[in-house]
Design a protein around this ligand. Structure first.
Ligand code: SF4
Length: 305
């Protein structure tokens, strides 16, 4: 048996599923049960009847799966796959930030640890951030850790002041306004789509801003044929694969060849096989944190959009 067959066999034997984020190496899709963005995968984690969830993504995503499925064993293929943005804030820096702006609700991007979520009021993903912040009906909110997503939400809502922590995604910040300007010249017929973790100066120049899921839906439904994608390479790889498999006749080009998240790429098929076999790298969360952090995610999931 090759490694793909071995993984599939182990999944059956152990009643396990594999949840895979779109920024993972595309070869992992072969053994995955669900592939998508963090909101979709959180929902799948909450719904599944599997005994084991292998989360092919970064650490905070596996933690979120554990929060939503506390009785299941959640395994992270490679413990080095942390999110650089999530690691920019910890409980101490969050408390310090909050103390400067007392009595203002704290919204946290899902790209944060359970410890941070436990001290925030409500969670958002890039898909639902605008609607969730609007649902709070406040004129001021604190937003952690991503300053660029927070400022983008503020711009869309107009009547809410979003006071942001100074975190950012180093991968998305490698996209510069000059990249968009030169892509326009090189591909005059292309539509340019970007993720809101990009610098606000980049977002000003593109045709569409959306989460991973929204970018993929937009590209699928558009009647245009050429697209420049300003987000992580995994999205481009999946769109090109789907275009070939479904005869869309569309081409997708990564805005700049460096837009690869090194942490997301830590997980390999070998790691997935190993954790399934040994059940190592189990995610555990202290009860004092997990109840509050779960509440923070569940509040988000309960917002009617
Ligand atoms: S792309 Fe950025 S935000 Fe996403 S996991 Fe990597 S470092 Fe974190």
């Amino acid at each position: 048996m090759n490694i793909l067959e071995e993984i599939k066999q182990l999944k059956k034997e152990k009643n396990a599923i594999i949840l895979t984020h779109c920024y993972q190496d595309i070869e992992i899709d072969e053994v995955s049960d669900y592939v998508g963005d963090s909101l979709y995968l959180s929902r799948m984690a909450a719904k599944t009847n599997a005994d084991i969830i292998v989360f092919a993504g970064v650490y905070f995503m596996a933690q979120s799966a554990k929060l939503l499925s506390p009785n299941k064993k959640v395994l992270l293929p490679n413990m080095n796959s942390g999110c650089l943005m999530a690691d920019m804030i910890d409980v101490n820096s969050l408390r310090e930030f909050k103390s400067k702006f007392p009595d203002i609700p704290v919204v946290c991007y899902i790209n944060s640890t359970a410890e941070v979520k436990a001290e925030c009021d409500i969670c958002v993903t890039s898909s639902n951030a605008i609607d969730v912040v609007r649902s709070l009906n406040k004129d001021k909110v604190l937003f952690v850790p991503d300053t660029y997503l927070g400022k983008w939400v503020e711009k869309q809502l107009k009547n809410v002041e979003v006071i942001t922590f100074n975190g950012f995604c180093p991968t998305h910040l490698r996209i510069r306004p000059e990249d968009i300007i030169s892509a326009r010249k090189k591909y005059p017929n292309a539509v340019i789509l970007a993720h809101p973790e990009c610098h606000n100066a980049v977002l000003e120049l593109v045709d569409f801003v959306g989460s991973t899921k929204e970018i993929m839906e937009y590209a699928k439904q558009s009647d245009k044929k050429e697209f420049i994608i300003a987000t992580e390479k995994g999205v481009v790889d999946r769109l090109n694969r789907d275009s070939i498999n479904n005869n869309w006749g569309k081409t997708f080009t990564l805005i700049n060849e460096n837009i690869i998240c090194p942490n997301m790429k830590q997980n390999s098929l070998e790691d997935i096989y190993r954790v399934l076999k040994t059940e190592e790298n189990e995610i555990t969360i202290d009860k004092s944190i997990s109840e509050k952090a779960k509440e923070c995610i569940e509040k988000m999931l309960s917002v009617k959009i």
